[in-house]
Design a protein around this ligand. Structure first.
Ligand code: DGL
Length: 274
């Protein structure tokens, strides 16, 4: 691997595209290899052991593409598997939780922060851990929103049913007088407009993708891995474990580049070595 190698980015499905999009915006010279584990989405209701196994397989696949760094564009995998798996591979790996917590700690004015995420992310308590480490005076209120991921994967980004679900989930956080809300699942920024309507203008919405791309840029610069300036935009490649055409259509509706092809990968064949 060298500075010419791509960046590996992965998620359980389309959610990580919100992070890929921000990387494309902030680091336009970097090429991305994206993997969406669409055959096994959602991750949020699965165990730490299962998510760690999935993460190892995906990391193995991305290494086969000679990536120079890996972005775990999934809060659940960042919470459950990142610490373990990053010690096993020579490629630098970053997640979305630590950057997201940093951004939220900086954004809050009254110290009352809400975090919405998958069951796994909220149960892990990882946001509370990172937020308290950054600022011991903050109070964190977590809320798992398990219906959001299937609604996003279904493309129901503006549907009245999604609005109703969002109101049910988020009203209890608003009752706690939060002034900052972390979108602690990479699928949720796709519902940003709808969530904004539910929380009103007073609450700052934090999308960890921005700070994650900043962290990635610093990491690449520090390690001498940043791609030199290009004359033309890089060609990103997209892989999924199922439903390549549906994924490609979705990706084309949200990314600034054209996704010409998405390939299916048998991710389970990238087994761990025993
Ligand atoms: N988008 C992922 C996350 O940030 C996973 C959601 C899921 O598959 O449940 O947690």
């Amino acid at each position: 691997m060298s500075c010419n190698s791509p960046i590996g980015v992965f998620d359980s499905g389309v959610g990580g595209l919100t992070v890929a999009k921000e990387i494309m915006r902030q680091l336009p010279d970097e090429q991305i290899v994206y993997f969406g584990d669409t055959a096994r989405v959602p991750y949020g209701s699965k165990s730490k052991k299962t998510i760690t196994t999935y993460t190892r397989q995906i990391v193995r696949f991305l290494q086969s593409k000679d990536v120079k760094a890996i972005v775990v564009a999934c809060n659940t995998a960042s919470a459950y598997a990142l610490e373990t798996v990053r010690k096993e591979v020579p490629v630098p790996m970053i997640g979305v939780v630590k950057p997201g917590a940093k951004a939220a700690a900086e954004a809050t004015r009254n110290g009352r922060i809400g975090v919405i995420g998958t069951e796994g992310t909220i149960k892990s308590g990882i946001y509370t851990e990172f937020l308290s480490a950054t600022n011991p005076n903050v109070t964190v209120f977590g809320k798992a929103c398990p219906l959001f991921v299937p609604l996003v994967e279904e493309g129901w980004l503006q549907d009245p049913i999604t609005v109703e679900v969002a109101k049910r989930y988020i009203s209890e956080l608003l009752d706690k007088d939060i002034d900052t809300l972390v979108l602690g699942c990479t699928h949720y920024p796709l519902l940003r407009k709808l969530i904004r309507e539910v929380v009103g203008e007073r609450v700052t919405l934090v999308n960890p993708a921005y700070e994650t791309a900043v962290t990635l840029r610093t990491l690449l610069q520090e390690r001498g891995l940043a791609h030199p300036k290009r004359d033309t935009l890089p060609e990103h490649t997209f892989f999924v474990s199922d439903g390549a055409d549906k994924f490609r259509e979705f990706a084309n509706s949200i990314l600034p580049c054209e996704v010409v092809e998405t390939k299916d990968v048998n991710i389970e064949s990238f087994e761990e070595e025993n």
